[in-house]
Design a binder for this molecule. Structure first.
Ligand code: S3P
Length: 176
């Protein structure tokens, strides 16, 4: 299994963990947000500001369309990719294992940087409602669920063990 996509809330640790997996497994690392920023030559927050969220979602779907053709990789995705079921279908159709990195709202709130995240421009407590709105979508979209509430090295080890399995083994506790 060489195509792994991490999904989950802003601040759940997707890009940190994706980089760690890519090093451990010798895989390329990509991030949908970084890919969009590089292609557009500007920050996500600027895109939201000038063209709005709908345009960003369009760019996000386009980015996934392109990234799925790049072969094996670990892909860190923006927190909102599950809002468009076509994104998730696209990943799975192209052989990605979709892993939900779950982190409790309290933990996210304790160390998230809201300054670069347009959806949090009115305050990081918006995380609470976004989490509620998306909780079902995240669960429904994932092949595997892994919790990242404590030590990231431990999360990495648990995820690598789950990935070694055939995907039968699903860590699904403490989602709420
Ligand atoms: C978003 C998450 C962000 C980024 C954009 C929208 C979301 O990515 O794509 O600000 O809708 O949850 P991260 O999850 O990497 O912060």
């Amino acid at each position: 299994m060489k195509k792994i996509a991490l999904i989950g809330m802003m601040g759940s640790g997707k890009s940190t963990l994706a980089k760690m997996i890519s090093e451990k497994m010798g895989l390329k690392y990509y991030c949908t947000d970084e890919y969009i920023e590089e292609k557009q030559g500007r920050a996500i927050s600027q895109i939201f500001e000038t063209e709005g969220e709908a345009f960003f979602r369009h760019l996000e779907a386009e980015a996934i369309n392109e990234l799925v053709t790049f072969g094996d990789m670990v892909l860190s995705t923006g927190g909102g990719i599950v809002l468009n079921s076509e994104n998730v279908r696209n990943l799975k159709k192209n052989g990605f294992v979709v892993v939900l990195l779950n982190r409790s709202v309290e933990k996210i709130l304790s160390n998230i940087d809201g300054t670069k995240r347009p959806l949090l421009k009115d305050g990081i407590r918006r995380i609470e409602s976004i989490y509620k709105e998306r909780e079902f979508l995240y669960k429904q979209s994932s092949d595997l669920i892994i919790n990242n509430d404590d030590n990231i090295d431990e999360t990495l080890n648990r995820l690598l063990n789950l990935l070694l399995d055939t995907g039968e083994c699903n860590e699904e506790k403490n989602f709420d």
